[in-house]
Design a protein around this ligand. Structure first.
Ligand SMILES: *Cc1c(COP(=O)(O)O)cnc(C)c1O
Length: 358
């Protein structure tokens, strides 16, 4: 039996000025409080508390700084048109955080405790959930190794914390197609590696390619498989979908990229609509051949931040392909409307994805 966490709440004495909802951007503002809980080998997880937002006070010898024992997740709470605050797929995000932690030999938390920590933090910070169209409160639960010890082994001390950030609409003026660079030199994650965990280390591995792609004028990197550089894996911080003719294709989960919750939501909706969907390997050659035949209709990314991000063009060493007519595709648009409708409570929550925070 799980008992509820006895969360102590220490309120901030002074509250921060609120940013304008018009110009929130992503991850620039943080609320007044954070949730925190600590782990030691002797006591397990203990001292759950909501405290004023501020530095964590971590030993410079902490394993997180040296051996990157750190995992996180990213979820969102929305204020519906009815004023009700709801979290999208809370249980799935908490489950994935635990799965990421397990992959990095970090202690997991009880599923119910993770969910409770997020819900109670949102409750305390409810006035930080913005209401302008397209905005949300982004939740960033994180686990880091805090033991000060330089030997290489799993640490014996950890901190789990969650910070929250009001974020703006990715596409203030409607969905905007992005350009992506098909990366044939660098790899992000290899089979057997950390690719399926939401670990900071994967991002560290991705930065050089992202900087080089930006220099070439591309917004994001499309990662190919590490062994052959032939098969599509994922894009930057998103999973990838491709529509060839009437088939919508996304790579099967093979452990080398992140099992996205937006990916899973898009698959559920497409299947529900009776669209022909395949989770199968897709090579760059197949994609280029489909393009040559005029059958490459749409490419889009899926992820919590942007929900559905249409891809307008793909860059290769020998030139750039324009996808479809370079505008937002039909399936991208339909999925975006359906998922955001559920998130903001304007469409029925058919799949039971939303958790109310009262
Ligand atoms: C978080 C993330 C995604 C998208 O996952 P969602 O659960 O849909 O937000 C995809 N790829 C990577 C590398 C990620 O970190």
């Amino acid at each position: 039996m799980t008992t509820k966490l006895p969360i102590e709440v220490q309120r901030a004495e002074t509250l921060k000025p609120r940013p304008s909802e018009e110009n929130l951007g992503f991850g620039r503002y943080f609320s007044d409080h954070l949730f925190r809980m600590d782990y030691t080998a002797e006591r397990g997880w203990h001292s759950p508390r909501i405290v004023p937002y501020g530095p964590l006070g971590v030993d410079p010898a902490a394993a997180v700084f040296h051996y990157a024992q750190a995992v996180f997740d990213g979820a969102k709470a929305f204020r519906g048109q009815d004023g009700q605050v709801r979290v999208f797929r809370l249980t799935d995000h908490c489950r994935r955080l635990n799965a990421s932690a397990a992959r990095l030999c970090m202690p997991t938390l009880q599923q119910e405790h993770l969910e409770q920590s997020l819900v109670e933090l949102i409750r305390v910070e409810k006035s930080w959930v913005p209401s302008a169209p397209g905005t949300a409160l982004y939740l960033r639960p994180t686990i880091v190794a805090t033991e000060g010890f330089l030997g290489v082994r799993p640490a014996e001390r950890y901190t789990y914390f969650c910070i929250v950030s009001p974020v703006g609409s990715y596409f203030a003026g409607g969905q905007q197609p992005v350009s992506i660079w098909v990366e044939e030199q660098y790899t992000r994650a290899a089979p057997g590696g950390l690719g399926a965990a939401k670990a900071g280390a994967n991002y560290a591995a991705s930065l050089t390619a992202a900087v080089e792609a930006k220099k070439r004028g591309f917004a994001q990197v499309l990662w190919l498989d590490a062994l052959e550089h032939r098969y599509i894996e994922e894009v930057g911080t998103m999973n990838l979908f491709v529509r060839i003719g009437d088939e919508v294709i996304t790579p099967p989960l093979d452990g080398s990229f992140l099992p996205g919750i937006t990916r899973e939501s898009a698959l559920a909706l497409l299947r529900h609509w009776g669209v022909r969907v395949s989770e199968r390997k897709l090579s760059i050659d197949e994609l280029r051949e489909a393009h040559a035949r005029g059958e490459l209709k749409e490419v889009f990314g899926t992820g919590t931040a942007a929900v559905i991000s249409p891809v307008g063009s793909m860059g290769f060493k020998d030139g750039t392909l324009t996808i479809g007519d370079g505008k937002v595709g039909e399936v991208s648009q339909r999925l975006y409307g359906a998922i955001t409708g559920i998130q903001y409570g304007t469409a029925p929550d058919t799949f039971g994805w939303m958790t109310r925070v009262d």
